[in-house]
Design a binder for this molecule. Sequence first.
Ligand SMILES: NC(=O)c1ccc[n+]([C@@H]2O[C@H](COP(=O)([O-])OP(=O)(O)OC[C@H]3O[C@@H](n4cnc5c(N)ncnc54)[C@H](O)[C@@H]3O)[C@@H](O)[C@H]2O)c1
Length: 321
Amino acid sequence: MTWLITGGAGYIGAHVARAMSEAGERVLALDDLSAGVPERLPVGVPLVRGSSLDGDLLKRVLADHAVTGVVHLAARKQVAESVAEPTRYYRENVGGLATLLDAVAEAGVRRLVFSSSAAVYGNPDVDLITEDTPCAPVNPYGETKLTGEWLVRAAGAAHGISTVCLRYFNVAGAAAPELADTGVFNIVPMVFDRLTRGEAPRIFGDDYPTPDGTCVRDYIHVADLAEAHLAAARRLSDLSGDLTVNIGRGEGVSVRELIDVIGEVSGDARPPVVEGRRPGDAPRAVASAARAAEELGWTASRTVREMVESAWRGWQRHHGG
Ligand SMILES: NC(=O)c1ccc[n+]([C@@H]2O[C@H](COP(=O)([O-])OP(=O)(O)OC[C@H]3O[C@@H](n4cnc5c(N)ncnc54)[C@H](O)[C@@H]3O)[C@@H](O)[C@H]2O)c1
């Protein structure tokens, strides 16, 4: 098998490239470097610089490298940006996927793993979100992921491609400091950023119907997530058809609990300030991790504290905290 990892120079893609190559798979990466960093890729993993919107390039890469499976992570991922620029998100996330699927079908590639997101669910009012919980995304980013899943399944059925859609929950941490996420788009780096500036972390709303009043989420270490991709890639060897799987720890952690862990790990436990609720935040979003265990033989093994510790080491490397 030779696996093409699109978005392979990105935060998650580089972790996937590392996990798969360490497990003995042959991998190469394709990335337009709009957000990727080539140095993240392990030694020996070739990088093709180019876009998932470039069909001719994709066909050439699939043929030249005799690619037999694709892990498609290349996408834009910022919710606020997707609200401001929805046509760009549909063009790049959905259009890029359609172009890739045409090239995959033409090249006779029969295996594909697609990066989806818990954003496909929107804000369901359930204790644990299963893969059968109805999907109702609340922003264009989530819509492009749900549309992407539909497209993956339809193209898979039409062209005999076996597919796995992985719905990631809240991802953080780093397998090594140099692989850390450098953006400040989710809660872990946002709290680090506040602490580094000498400011108190912010909690948006503490009057939710949850045990401590703050929102509850399912946080997963990116190294566990990368191993889930390896498990999905291997599952494809005996899968005909499609599979859709939540990737989370299956445990809820409140914003206040997470900030407490960050305070312990960083040594800066200043009390958070409570501000008003943000529009669109669900009180609780926690995965059922049962199908991942059953179908992929995968469960997360790293704790939330290990995740925060690894993220903090990465933050200090990139931001000199
Ligand atoms: N980070 C999260 O918390 C999270 C959660 C759920 C789903 N996801 C999904 O996981 C995937 C990877 O996310 P990430 O956090 O590593 O983001 P990232 O921005 O670090 O990685 C995306 C990579 O894709 C590249 N890219 C973007 N558009 C491209 C295109 N058209 N052609 C080629 N390369 C392109 C970027 O340069 C970047 O290296 C995305 O599909 C994202 O939607 C991420």
